[in-house]
Design a protein around this ligand. Sequence first.
Ligand SMILES: [Zn+2]
Length: 254
Amino acid sequence: MKRGSTKIKLLIGAGIILFALFRYYSNSEVNEFTGKKQHISITTDDEISIGLQSAPQMAQQHGGLYPDQKYQKLVDQVGQKLVSNSIARQTSYKYDFHLLRDPQTINAFALPGGQIFITYALFSRLENEDQLAGVLGHEIGHVVGRHSAERLAKQGLTQGILNGVGFDPSTAQGAAAIANVINMKYGREDELESDDLGVRFMVDSGYEPIAMIGVMKILKDASGPNRTPERMSTHPDPENRIEKIKEAIEKYKK
Ligand SMILES: [Zn+2]
């Protein structure tokens, strides 16, 4: 008898896994801005809501916002120029660009729905406005590419969001979704797609797309000589990204 019930349990377990897989694969749609087929189970409104709810926590992790409004204004100006001249404008996202105080971490981030961040550590290393456009264009690429929503679906973290009328941060699942997007690492495919979209947005907005290569060099110098080989890490090596960026420049240049 004991054996039989174990079998039934296994069967039920397999059934649950199959159902979860079915749900994941049946939520398939084509991203109208990138043409990519994606498995996403939340609406764009949910994405915006998750991003807005997570933004203060993201800022807090990097010492809050940078106090000088002059630099913040430049970040806003370049970000909005990229949005208003590209397909990003046709999405229903609300783009917000934040300069973070963090003088140590050389990085930029995007939350779902359009909340975009750059640390002062990275900002201060940039040599010109075109490079800033490269960084922000890449991050806008993550938003338009819906990479966070795709990762959430992959991790099965969207069930709780799906069950209600929309995203609810007060539920355990809502809190888990926020914690997850704050520390999210994108896969190499996501990074390469964002580089490609970033180049496209730069060209559309009249920025010099070669500046994106300068950004890669800054990131490479920042990672130092002891960086992990590419296959060990989910982030593509800047050298590999440079090749793809060159291809994108050829593809989009006018
Ligand atoms: Zn990225």
